[in-house]
Design a protein around this ligand. Structure first.
Ligand code: CAA
Ligand code: NAD
Length: 295
């Protein structure tokens, strides 16, 4: 089976980015979110991101226009039924994802491949929400934020994944312009297994009074050559998403390094989700000069 039509579930930070790269790479793409308002804000992000790619010379104006013609938004899950592959990028909550997969399994023909962009949930657990046939066509495709700029995708197989489906998924990842790394279904895969404890440890260092937000960021940028400090990156990924990820990883490993620090929980309760809500470890009221949270 040739992959020609792509369905994306979720039009948040990641879903919008995945839909953008799929449409840019020439695939007919339908992206679904739960309300028109959320779809509209996802499409605004896509338009801004494409415009930035054109500005930087990474895309021509014709490619930008063609990508937009291949992209369609919907609030109906049924509109994804004609997809050859469905890339799921909804919130990192187990029950929400299980419910979505059970519904998609009923809607889609047996040939459709299901791929989850989960950061921390088990692909096998998500797969188990579908019927026996689909389980052979269920994989993880874990992209990185911001999807249009980050060149990696982790492709994850379960013990039941059909080798031909896995090969197709790897080829599809490469056709989106990404470098593919192959991993098995272990929580956090490669990148988050190593990255998440580092980010959580930065919050613990802050809580312990090692240094302030701006100094920790500066130290890791200049001391390690990282493009962003840990708090800039936490704001970028989303404080809510990081909190969900930490809870899931802690539940899996029962190790302190994966436990969500208390400050993270309080920030979620206070609605400080990072860049996407305008405030996290920094306040983006003046985006040119984000001010660190008074902590
Ligand atoms: N689309 C979307 N966002 C774009 C963009 C595009 N085409 N071009 C630039 N950006 C964004 C940047 O995020 C940032 O936003 P604002 O303009 O709104 O402030 C800004 O544009 C900075 O862009 P620059 O033009 O200065 O770009 P840069 O060359 O500095 O690179 C970057 C930006 C690639 C994001 C770089 O800072 C970087 O590599 N940061 C680290 C990102 C990272 O580690 N991502 C992985 C997160 S972990 C993950 O994804 C897994 C998980 O499961 C949690
Ligand atoms: P987000 O909060 O920006 O977006 C999630 C979107 O999913 C929201 O727009 C929400 O309305 C939508 N949604 C919720 N339930 C839905 C449903 N049933 N159908 C369709 N849409 C639904 O989150 P995000 O950062 O885009 O994360 C999405 C997924 O990608 C998560 O599994 C996350 O762990 C993973 N991920 C995130 C990052 C990151 O850096 N943020 C990186 C890699 C992977």
């Amino acid at each position: 089976m040739q992959i020609e039509r792509v369905g994306v579930v979720g039009c948040g930070l990641m879903g919008a980015g995945i839909a953008q790269v799929a449409a840019t790479a020439g695939f007919e793409t339908v992206v679904r979110d739960v309300s028109q308002e959320l779809l509209d804000s996802g499409f605004t992000r896509i338009r801004q991101s494409l415009a930035k790619r054109v500005e930087k010379g990474a895309l021509t104006a014709d490619q930008q226009a063609a990508a937009l013609t291949r992209l369609r938004g919907t609030t109906r899950l049924e509109d994804l039924a004609a997809s050859d592959i469905i890339l799921e990028a909804i919130i990192e909550q187990r029950d929400e994802k299980l419910d979505t997969y059970a519904r998609l399994d009923r809607l889609c023909p047996p040939a459709t491949i299901f791929a989850s962009n989960t950061s921390s949930l088990s692909i096998t657990e998500l797969m188990a929400a579908t019927g026996p046939e689909r389980r052979r066509r269920f994989i993880g495709m874990h992209f990185f934020n911001p999807v249009p700029l980050m060149n990696l995708v982790e492709v994850i197989r379960t013990v039941l994944t059909d080798p031909e489906v896995y090969r197709q998924a790897c080829t599809f990842g490469a056709s989106l312009g990404k470098t593919v790394v192959r991993t098995s279904d272990r929580t956090g895969f490669i990148v988050n297994r190593l990255l998440v404890p580092y980010l959580l440890d930065a919050v613990r260092a802050l809580e312990e009074g090692v240094a302030g937000i701006a100094d920790i960021d500066l130290a890791m940028k200049l001391g390690c050559g990282y493009p962003m400090g840990p708090f800039q990156l936490l704001d970028f990924v989303g404080i809510d998403t990081t909190y969900y990820i930490a809870n899931i990883m802690y539940e899996e490993f029962r190790e302190k390094r994966f436990a969500p620090p208390p400050l993270l929980k309080r920030m979620v309760l206070a609605g400080l989700y990072g860049r996407k809500s305008g405030r996290g470890f920094y306040d983006y009221a003046d985006p040119a000069k984000p001010a660190p949270l008074e902590y």
